[in-house]
Design a protein. Structure first.
Length: 118
């Protein structure tokens, strides 16, 4: 008995919410214009994410003497392993990787014998 009353009440409530033959409006309301924002400052390519600028870094590279790591086993990003190789850094960036790399006169030389560099 209670189930029949509940079903009847549900049908009356649902039919009262939507009149018969009701349809969505034929035209959508016009889009609301987005507020205009000031143009973003030009971002460097290293501060860009996939689709938006990231927080701008305040890091400034300091000049460093060249550094040569020699006689190390170098494991590259491509999966190649180079035994007894050398890596030359200049201002914190890799300049040369391989065997037989000559160190500049002012370079700091690090012995990498028995070590791995990735």
């Amino acid at each position: 008995m209670h189930r029949r009353l509940f079903r009847a009440a549900s049908l009356v409530t649902l039919s009262a919410c939507a009149p018969a033959g009701a349809q969505a409006p034929a035209t959508a309301p016009p889009p609301v214009a987005a507020p205009t924002a000031s143009p973003a400052p030009a971002a460097r390519s290293d501060t860009m994410s996939f689709d938006r600028p990231q927080y701008v870094s305040t890091y400034r590279r300091r000049p460093n003497p060249p550094v040569l790591i020699r006689n190390a086993t170098v494991m590259t990003a491509t999966g190649q392993e180079i035994p007894n190789a050398s890596i030359l850094f200049r201002d914190g960036r890799i300049v040369v990787v391989g065997s037989g790399v000559q160190a500049p006169a002012d370079a700091v030389i690090v012995d990498g014998t028995g070590k791995f560099v990735t």
